[in-house]
Design a binder for this molecule. Sequence first.
Ligand SMILES: [Zn+2]
Length: 259
Amino acid sequence: MIRIDRVLANNPGPFTGPGTNSWLLDDGNGDLVIIDPGPIDIQHSEAIQKAIGERSPVGVLVTHTHEDHAPMANPLARSLGVPALGFDFGPGFDPDLRLDDGGQFAVGTAQIAVVHTPGHSQDHLCFRVDDVLFTGDHIMGGSSVMVETMGPYLQSLEKIRGTGLRRLHPGHGDEMEDPDLVIDWYLAHRLQRHEEIYEAIEAGADSPLAVVETVYADIGPPLRALALRSVQAHLTLLTEQGRIASDHGEIAIASPKAP
Ligand SMILES: [Zn+2]
């Protein structure tokens, strides 16, 4: 039976919720990996090493290279004498081994299956063991996610839906039961936002900022920058869908199709 422990990093905030979850995945016999060791933080590093205790780490994995997930991977891996693994190079991350979609990584008697899930970031991976999925920032506990590329993001949600998962362990917030319900909510939320953004443009919003002010009127300044990125991802998808057109930063509904 696999065993999973969480070590919460001390980096709470508007983008990270209660902080980054660093997960320890143990095969049940003391072989383990660390997933998302988080930002460089001596106390957090010590907390992870304490949680490892006498057990045998075999690798440090990162879901993606954002600053709240990956920077401590290389130093921690070096001090444990194990490889750091991820999809690609990124700011503050230099993988010893690169993981790709469909790949496997053995942790003692357990097998981690690698699932490439671009959208939140291009280099985003989820890690699956049995019916448990470590979701990084693809799905978060208790909030929606900043999305860089909307088309791939929606596909990456579809990709993990209906695959027999029973639990999600996110990069932020608490673990979640009923993965397919959660994924359905994420899909519905995104598609609803997509239509709200289209409607805002129909109603006269003619720039990404104007769309943020209409659709995300209820959020404070720190989250507006994130909202702007997600809006831009929606606008790109709306453009790809031929529903809107943009010209020198001005956006408008594409001319209606002939009946
Ligand atoms: Zn994060």
